[in-house]
Design a protein. Structure first.
Lengths: 512, 357
């Protein structure tokens, strides 16, 4: 039997599920612990208690927001050398130029700018300054820096400069961790370089964390390989993933959406994930979250990489309600203190959950404590919740027709059965642990984003597709199972010779 | 002449992006350059054209090339300054000041980048009053001023002087070709202008106008007021439409990003549809299939909540947008101006009618 364990470590809860031949065999919700691993150990113990066969799982997938939190909270970050290859261009805007000063001071150990890089058509900008690179590598070694980020101009089109720099760094600085920007991001030097720098400052933490995860697995008697889930809903082997912590920044909401697709058997739908404090709305395309095209800020740093396109609303089970003829809801929330502070739990704060209990949407706590809420207030609050969700759903749609909506998360009881612009609202079993289900079903991906010239659109896409498939196989995919999930092409203004920017993404099952 | 503050340059970036009418390129990287320069103690001067002597020379500058290339080969002040000093060498004369070619988008800040290196003041003005895609779409071209010489500088040690061109079209073709050769990004110094020409033919005061727009947006945001109302107030603009992007189609032809966007009405505009056509910038808008607003009136599409300008490259389905019109500089509204930048110059068989008429 094919057994997979999926774990999602969120800010409040750690959820785990056992998937047996694609069926949920066991599911557990526990509290997240400050050290993260204790929560995982408890969740695994819960799974094994429900289904002893969980120990025989062939793969374990963990999704975590640990690394994003480290950047946002400015903790456990390593010091980093930045190597920019692209002089004489970009000299006035060195690495870290648009970082918040407090974060830059924590992370910036050394900045090196060297001649090199490429043009949009792949020609060299100037020859790469190999000598300068070697001298810089020696300085980095002498300074005792253990992590370095390398970014070269137009490296997504021609990575040779970054590769050569990486090789020299490895030669001169044994054991140094090297992050090459072309592995992380797309066109947009500063944003790609920022992603590489963030990655480099998290690498030490990622290594420690994945090792602790592995230890927690082994301690629970599970011998299966560990995978970490990525922003795009796919996985990487932990030993590979620990060198790309930024890839897991948004894995939580992605896993929820993937889980929603799996549990509902729908590949094209909108997903609403209602938690304690926020509601995330996203859009599934071919069973994967649609990705954001724009700049994403993490802890004040502008980056540009694979992230789901999400709309976050300040609406959750713990959201505060300020009564009135038009009651205001959120964004303040009692969060994990719901079970102490909400009216139905004996507290004195009016929350969305209280209104839901009063209206009979869910049976929680002591219903008599909300019996005296005016019917008009309950009605008005529910109407407000409805219009918040309706507007959010409408904003995330890509065309005007009605679309199905899958409701997941602990607060999914708040989603009305009928909504404007929605063809049907789908409630599915295990919807409260959809995120852990999403982790358990994750596949392996490959992506290419490149400018092609003087090729027909079809030829450019075919070429990009081959390159994406090769990348997926290198990351552990079984070639026979690979599918194309996204094709995007954008003709470019002011570039000669019929230039086409083409992006292709493929996914496949884990090989073996 | 007076010093321009770092805060004013922040406001300029916001206002110029709105005056870009969907094009002109994001001012973000140029703004970062100015933050760097001011951090190092540079202070630029802004100068009224009235302070120019008739025989002073002014360098009209702009960054040229593909916005996408600009995201990798980041713009820098030295190359901008090089285009200017090359022109001085070619002419054998010194410039008194720099001026922007177009106030819409990133080129609004380019002369300040050059000025930061050269220590010259920047004239409060430009020659478009907004953003336009082509070389002949300037007040200088409308006044039939000479279009050459032009200098083009690459970040490597490459530079080109276009000594003569038979027409604006030829100037565009030759300089575009050189630009592509050096990687589709270059700094350019356009045909030098005398103080007299600037005073008579430039669009004066557009820099302070852009700063004023940006400042109004910032103040409204701080006070939790509607930033769009603030723009309309300060510029005496007209709110044309408000709704949600419903459909978007783009294609590139002859080097331009062309396309249409359809907006479905919300709030007071519910039940109505607005169609926008763009060629790098927004060119014409139809309310329920009737032409409502057209170039050279400025058509600006703003995020309904934040008030930020939205570029034609970043429009997407579902965005809540408000379309506003701002008055065009008077020179663009003359018969000769309409010939250069009116709807027919963009291929729309429409007689120009201003929404402000």
């Amino acid at each position: 039997m094919r057994r997979r364990i999926g774990i999602d470590v969120g800010g409040t809860n750690t959820d785990a599920v056992l998937l047996e031949d694609g069926r949920v065999g066991a599911a557990v919700k526990t509290a997240t612990t400050p050290d993260v691993t204790t929560g995982i150990t408890r969740a695994l113990a819960g799974l094994v208690a429900q289904a002893p066969d969980a120990r025989g799982a062939q793969a374990v997938m963990i999704g975590t927001t640990h690394f994003t939190n480290a950047v946002v909270q400015r903790r456990d970050l390593g010091r980093v050398a930045a190597v920019r290859i692209g002089l004489p261009s970009g000299a006035s805007l060195p690495p870290f130029v648009d970082w918040p000063e407090d974060l830059a001071e924590l992370v910036r150990a050394e900045v090196v700018m060297l001649e090199g890089g490429h043009e949009f058509d792949g020609r060299p900008l100037v020859p790469f300054d190999v000598k300068g690179m070697r001298a810089a590598a020696r300085r980095i070694r002498e300074a005792g820096i253990r992590s370095v980020a390398v970014a070269a101009v137009f490296s997504p089109l021609n990575a040779s400069g970054e590769e050569e720099a990486g090789a020299i760094l490895q030669e001169e600085c044994p054991d140094i961790a090297v992050t090459l920007s072309h592995r992380l991001g797309r066109i947009g030097l500063l944003e790609r370089e920022n992603a590489a720098l963030l990655n480099a400052c998290l690498i030490e933490l990622a290594r420690k964390t994945t090792r602790a995860f592995t230890a927690a697995l082994r301690g629970s008697g599970i011998a299966a390989p560990l995978y970490l889930t990525q922003n795009d809903g796919t996985v990487m082997l932990a030993e590979v993933a620990e060198t790309y912590p930024v890839y897991s920044f948004a894995s939580g909401p992605t896993n929820s959406m993937r889980g929603a697709a799996f549990l509902s058997q729908r590949d094209e739908a909108l997903v609403v994930d209602v938690g304690g404090t926020t509601t995330d709305i996203g859009s599934l395309r071919h069973g994967f979250p649609r990705e954001a095209n724009n700049v994403v800020e993490i802890g004040g740093v502008r980056t540009l990489f694979r992230m789901p396109d999400l709309l976050s609303l300040g609406l959750g089970g713990g959201s505060l309600i300020r009564p009135g003829p038009a009651p205001a809801i959120g964004p303040a929330s009692v969060g994990y203190r719901l079970t102490e502070q909400a009216l139905v739990f004996g507290g004195d704060v009016l929350t969305v959950t209280d209104v839901a209990v009063a209206a009979g949407l869910i049976d929680l706590g002591d219903r008599s404590r909300v019996a005296s809420l005016p019917a008009m207030l309950v009605e008005a609050a529910l109407a407000r919740i409805r219009s918040m969700i309706e507007e959010g759903v409408d904003r995330m749609k890509t065309d005007a027709g009605d679309a199905p909506l899958i409701a997941v998360g602990g607060g999914s009881f708040l989603v009305p059965a009928r909504l404007a612009g929605v063809s049907e609202v789908l409630n599915v079993p295990h919807q409260a642990v959809a995120n852990a289900v999403g982790a358990a079903i994750a596949q392996v991906s490959g992506e290419v984003d490149q400018i092609f010239q003087d090729l027909t659109r079809d030829a450019a896409i075919a070429r990009a597709r081959r390159a994406a498939e090769d990348k997926a196989v290198a990351a552990g995919a079984d070639r026979a199972t690979i599918n194309v999930v996204e094709v995007e092409d954008l003709p470019l203004a002011y570039l000669p010779g019929n230039s086409l920017r083409t992006r292709v993404r493929v996914v496949g099952d884990i090989a073996g | 002449m007076r010093p321009i503050t770092a805060e004013e340059i922040e406001s300029l970036a916001i206002g110029a992006w709105i005056l870009g009418t969907g094009g002109g390129g994001s001012p973000y990287l140029a703004l970062l350059n100015m933050r760097q320069a001011y951090r190092q103690g540079v202070v630029c001067q802004i100068m009224d054209a009235a302070e120019l002597a008739d025989d002073d020379l002014v360098a009209v500058v702009s960054n040229m090339g593909a916005p996408l290339v600009g995201q990798e080969r980041l713009t820098d002040p030295k190359t901008m300054a090089l285009a200017v000093t090359m022109m001085e060498e070619y002419l054998g004369r010194k410039f008194r000041a720099l001026m922007s070619l177009e106030i819409g988008g990133g080129n609004s800040i380019q002369p300040f980048m050059g000025a930061a290196v050269l220590g010259l003041p920047v004239i409060d003005g430009d020659c478009m009053g907004r953003a336009f895609p082509e070389a002949q779409m300037t007040s200088f071209a409308i006044h039939d001023l000479r279009m050459y010489p032009l200098t083009l500088a690459d970040v490597r040690d490459n530079a080109v002087v276009v000594a003569r061109a038979a027409s604006w079209k030829w100037m565009e073709r030759i300089s575009r070709k050189a630009c592509v050769e050096v990687g589709s990004i270059a700094s350019t110094c356009k045909a030098p202008r005398t103080g007299k020409e600037i005073k008579e033919c430039a669009i004066l005061g557009s820099t302070t106008k852009a700063i004023g727009i940006g400042r109004a947006v910032q103040a409204a945001r701080r006070a939790h007021r509607d930033p769009i109302d603030a723009v309309l107030e300060v510029e005496r603009g007209i709110k044309i439409f408000s709704g949600k992007i419903h459909d978007i189609a783009r294609r590139t032809t002859e080097g331009f990003l062309r396309g249409t966007a359809t907006v479905e009405g919300l709030d007071g505009f519910r039940g109505h549809t607005f169609k926008l056509a763009f060629q790098n910038e927004f060119a014409v808008g139809w309310l329920d299939d009737v032409p409502r607003v057209m170039t050279p009136d400025l058509i600006c599409v703003l995020d309904t909540v934040a008030g930020d300008a939205i570029g034609t490259e970043t429009l997407r389905y579902g965005q809540r947008v408000t379309v506003i019109a701002l008055p065009a500089p008077p020179i663009l509204l003359t018969p000769k101006g309409i010939e250069h930048v009116g709807p027919r110059a963009f291929g729309y068989d429409l007689d120009f009618r201003s929404v402000f008429a």
